[in-house]
Design a protein around this ligand. Structure first.
Ligand SMILES: O=C(O)/C=C/C(=O)CC(=O)C(=O)O
Length: 221
């Protein structure tokens, strides 16, 4: 059985779960308190980060490397275009969300609150939370601009870029800082991707101290 060492609200773990769900790959989830640096976990990933996927006797780390491995081993349904330009655009946007969006928004809004609570490292820094709340507007506007030109974030077909973005936004949903009324096209894109069967398990996540967002109750699969 495939096994994913993860943290429920980590966007990087969510991205891998979404890709595995879309490709209908079964996986057993094991919650990992990676910040405790347990020696067994460090043996699995000396970088001490989640996600770590155990699959076919291998231990794999780094979410984008994992997702591209899954894409090559299980190409159906495809989450990367066949042409070089299309693949470039998907990779650019995955990096946008996992790097720029992550540092400007997820780390400031979500990690500042959730990780400090989980790890017991004190109270959120309000200047970080304010900076994250300002930055998310710019990012939602950028997504609006992309979706005004294309059906999906990286082009006319759904791709890994959509799952990378949705992984961050679905985690942020737990702290209710996303103004879904800022852009109707972004709201529609989110509703569409969230209705994928791959999202089911993630939407059912129970995170102690962070009840599921109220609007999840309206979802109908
Ligand atoms: O697997 C990745 O792409 C990245 C994982 C991390 O950066 C894990 C963390 O250290 C974090 O979530 O901040």
């Amino acid at each position: 059985m495939n096994r994913l060492f993860h943290v429920p609200l980590s966007p990087f773990c969510r991205k891998v779960r979404l890709v595995m769900g879309e490709k209908r790959l079964e996986v057993e989830l094991v919650e990992e308190r990676y910040w405790e640096q347990d020696p067994d976990f460090l043996r699995r990933n000396p970088a001490a980060k989640v996600p770590v996927l155990k699959m076919d006797g291998k231990m794999m780390a780094e979410s984008s490397a994992i997702c591209e491995y899954l894409e090559e081993q299980y190409p159906d349904p495809a989450l990367m275009p066949r042409d070089a330009d299309g693949r470039y655009e998907v990779r650019r946007l995955v990096a946008w969300f996992d790097d720029k969006f992550h540092h400007e928004v997820t780390a400031k809004l979500l990690y500042e609150r959730v990780n400090r609570k989980l790890m017991g490292t004190g109270y959120p820094d309000s200047s970080n939370v304010k900076a994250g709340a300002k930055a998310i507007k710019y990012h939602l506007d950028y997504m609006h601009w992309l979706l005004d030109h294309r059906r999906w974030l990286a082009g006319d077909v759904m791709s890994l870029a959509d799952f990378a973005a949705a992984a961050h936004l679905s985690a942020l949903d737990y702290i209710s800082d996303v103004d879904w009324n800022r852009s109707a096209v972004v709201k529609d894109w989110y509703a569409t991707i969230k209705s994928r069967p791959a999202f089911r398990a993630i939407l059912a996540d129970q995170v102690p101290g962070f009840p599921p967002p109220a609007h999840y109750a309206d979802l109908d699969f």
